[in-house]
Design a protein around this ligand. Sequence first.
Ligand code: AMP
Length: 364
Amino acid sequence: MTVGIVGAGQLGRMLALAGYPLGLEFLFLDKDAATPGAQLAPSLTGSFTDPKLLDELARRSEVVTFDWENVPVEALDRIAKGTRIAPPRDALATAQDRLAEKALFQQLRIPTNAHRAVASLTELEAAVQAIGLPGVLKSRRLGYDGKGQAVLRERKDIEAAWATLAGQPLIYEEFVPFDYEVSLIGVRSTSGEVATYPLNRNLHREGVLRLTRAPWHAPAVEAAAKRYLRKVLAHFDYVGVLAIEFFVRRGKLIANEMAPRVHNSGHWTIEGAVTSQFENHLRAILGLPLGDTSAIGHSAMLNLIGEMPPRAALLADKSLFLHDYGKQPRPGRKLGHVTVSETTARRRDLRAAALLKRIESRKI
Ligand code: AMP
């Protein structure tokens, strides 16, 4: 049985790695031939909007999913003429536009920060007037890992931010002086079965995830996050894995964004949960029973960004799990991750802090 995956990055690769023990086969579609996914499974190479390739992917796949958030929705619509797609295209369309995403949060009574669409310098000035400073000007579409964003601290920042980002649909939003950031990952299958993973606490630098620790013990925060995630799953009659990222301020959640796919903050589940997010995504989209989302121990996942530390130096740590995505190094690029597991949250936190320091100061 073949699962088609649009996008053959590290997420697609980890989906394939999780699917082989279940006896599944994979077929990727990506614009590049040399991808993390193509090292594992056959890949169709060409434009995401090439009807011939989309039709071939649909013809050869039981179900088609995607590993990239910026897949054109039209591509999914074309594939849907030939086979099933999951997660639903409306969830992807919503996640592709920060304004639509925030409108959904409001509609479902999920708290989010103040924001306004901005299409001109005058509108930006009016938005700053209404929402206040500091704030963040962001591209509404094609933003990821903090790209296409500018923080405005004073009125004099308005013009520079406008000059950097103008020429595309924008959103101005309130800067949240959060205490910390969390995400919650859940999964819903074709039969409507829902499961959620334990809460993740996330550390970002320059908009890019560096460290996730899970389970993060914050029962009230976790309960609210689960409630909100279930609302979004139900709203879309969702199938597959969904992640929502939140800011936490004074114990209250503020939704930042959602990702209709397996998520970087869930990589720890490969070794740190009974069933990984990747396997559960496949189970969900194939209508199989979901696996147990319980944590095993206390995990920390650290991204390896820009440059790969020497493999031997990482593996000298006998209880560390290394994932190398097989990518060419480039500044800011996610090349791999490591996961460690401990018997208590405190031991995990100490180890995570030490590892983060060593990785960031290139002492590993
Ligand atoms: P995003 O691409 O929206 O997920 O932003 C990436 C990261 O930038 C977030 O995880 C935060 O660390 C930071 N960030 C984004 N928007 C805001 C905001 N409105 N207030 C404070 N920090 C933000």
